[in-house]
Design a protein around this ligand. Structure first.
Ligand code: C2E
Ligand code: MG
Ligand code: MG
Length: 382
């Protein structure tokens, strides 16, 4: 309380006249005053921060507080009423995420455009699912040694009328934040089951197809019962479906126990399980032994400098560990013949990447695997 009171006084004292200072809620304050230029506003932010920490020092408390400011200048905004200006200052404030990064941010229109676009995506998604605007592409995976088809990964695309094909990098984070991603994951899963069931009825060869699972599936109640029902309804063999989870599902200690149970349950009902994007973020080797995982997908960042002996050593250690833990290894994002040669020598099992094929729409994928097979058989005969 003493700090909040002192800070309110600091805000008033350091600002030019006339000024209006108000405490909005908790530790959020509003300051309104006329200004000449933006540099001047930065100077005020710095003065506030200095004075705030000066107050603390004078109380012999030796910690630092970070002051974060979202600034909306009237001339940068398309609004002139106070509430809209305040909203915009808040938008700017929310873009300051990282500790230690710049402690103030000016509002600009792109922030609002981005927010509106995200909101729009979120609202349109449900209708888009019903209208079949989401398409499931499949990218093939191949055994490194024999170059035979090892399976595929289902990757979603949003074919938005008027906007063209939007890649998941753009809409998945938005859907994750709003919790709507589970509906999309279920949709992709069902499309894959329908396809696997169809192939089986047509007596065509089937192979494992993996489906990405977002982190929110592990936060709320289990998705598994629903997935089992969907797979069985479409007569897809459960052991032909692999669920990919990324390391970010393990973010909290509490979650680790939950995820562990969930992964065990995934196996108990006959699905396979892969760890996706291994190597990005906080990869921990101890996680590998904790979880019962069938395949380890190493992120493409590993394979960008295979000329470097250290890189090769790291990869080789991970491959060896995976082998000892009885996991299949998959190299992601492989684009060149040289990478394939290195990976073969290092003992990686499977590769996925543009070298073989980009993710393809289902019909194209079927055609592709057939043609690839024919070329392969022909090469073998020759
Ligand atoms: P991911 O699961 O790691 O998928 C691999 C990504 O790498 C795909 O990007 C794929 O197109 C791309 N890729 C494959 N080969 C190459 C290559 O040789 N070079 C390069 N530069 N890239 C390659 P995409 O399709 O844009 O997907 C991005 C991410 O979005 C996926 O990463 C996955 O985490 C997520 N995602 C995709 N579909 C779904 C879905 O249905 N549900 C959920 N929850 N996430 C999905
Ligand atoms: Mg994946
Ligand atoms: Mg990946």
């Amino acid at each position: 309380d003493a700090l909040l009171k002192a800070f309110a006084r600091i805000l008033e004292r350091e600002a030019p006249r006339p000024v209006l200072v108000a405490r909005m809620l908790a530790d959020a304050f509003l300051v309104l005053f006329p200004y000449k230029g933006k540099e001047e506003l930065v100077t005020y932010c710095e003065a506030y921060s200095r004075a705030l920490n000066g107050f603390i020092v004078s109380r012999e408390q030796n910690y630092q507080l970070e002051l974060r400011s979202g600034i909306c200048c009237v001339e940068d905004s398309d609004a002139s009423d106070i509430n809209s200006l305040l909203d915009r200052a808040n938008m700017a404030l929310k873009t300051i995420k990282m500790k230690g990064a710049a402690q103030w941010k000016f509002y600009d229109r792109t922030m609002r455009d981005k927010l509106l676009r995200e909101k729009d995506l979120e609202i349109r998604m449900e209708k888009a699912l019903a209208d079949g605007e989401f398409l499931v592409y499949i990218q093939p995976k191949y055994w490194v040694g024999t170059r035979a088809l090892a399976g595929g990964e289902a990757l979603v695309r949003w074919n938005r009328p008027g906007s063209g094909v939007i890649s998941p990098g753009e809409f998945i984070p938005v859907l994750e934040r709003s919790g709507k991603i589970r509906a999309l994951d279920r949709y992709v899963f069902e499309k894959v089951c329908i396809w696997l069931g169809e192939r089986k009825r047509r007596e065509q060869e089937t192979f494992p197809v993996s489906v990405n699972l977002s982190r929110s599936n592990f936060i709320y109640d289990s998705f598994l019962e629903e997935f089992i029902e969907i797979a069985d309804r479409h007569q897809a063999d459960r052991n032909m479906i692999e669920l990919e989870v990324t390391e970010t599902v393990f973010l909290t200690e509490e979650n680790i126990q939950k995820v562990k149970r969930e992964i065990r349950a995934i196996h108990d009902c006959g699905f396979r399980c892969a760890l996706d994007d291994f190597g990005v973020g906080f990869s921990s080797l101890t996680l590998l032994k904790e979880f019962n995982i069938d395949s380890l997908k190493m992120d493409r960042s590993f394979f960008s400098d295979l000329d470097n002996a250290k890189t090769r050593n790291v990869i080789s250690c991970i491959l060896e560990l995976a082998e000892q833990l009885d996991m299949e290894t998959v190299a992601e994002g492989i684009e060149t013949e040289e990478q394939i040669d290195s990976l073969r020598r290092l003992g990686c099992d499977v590769v996925q990447g543009y070298y073989f094929s980009r993710p393809l729409p289902q019909e194209q994928f079927e055609r592709w695997i057939q043609e690839f097979e024919e070329i392969h058989v022909r090469e073998d005969r020759e």
